[in-house]
Design a protein around this ligand. Structure first.
Ligand code: TYC
Length: 99
């Protein structure tokens, strides 16, 4: 079998190990706790109990992990949070970072 070029090897790595992105919600003083729980249920598909735990973690530690996704899905989640928060008059923010 012919030896694979570095390019072929790196393509193979990219296909088998696509980068993943962590999405976090950030704490602030104005967004209501109920709204954050609702975001975690509706956008991040958490149960009510999980959502409450994550919301309280953010409230105490300033940010909380909501999920790990491909780049496109993570970007969409961040946009959905920003839009829903803006529409409801809350300053809630989400961020994403490479895992
Ligand atoms: N700190 C907010 C309050 O006391 C609640 C809150 C929790 C806001 C999590 C944002 O991502 C957040 N009302």
């Amino acid at each position: 079998m012919a030896t694979k070029t570095n390019f072929e090897l790196s393509e193979e790595v990219m296909i088998k190990h696509p980068k993943k992105y962590k999405v976090y919600l950030l704490n602030d003083d104005y967004t209501s706790m109920d709204f954050v729980v609702d975001i975690l249920i509706s956008i991040f598909h958490k149960s009510y109990e999980e959502a409450e735990t994550i919301m309280l973690e953010i409230h105490k530690k300033d940010r909380g992990l909501c999920g790990v996704y491909s780049y496109e899905i993570a970007e969409t989640k961040v946009m959905q949070v920003t839009r829903k928060a803006k529409d409801s008059g809350f300053p809630l923010k989400a961020t994403m970072e490479e895992e």
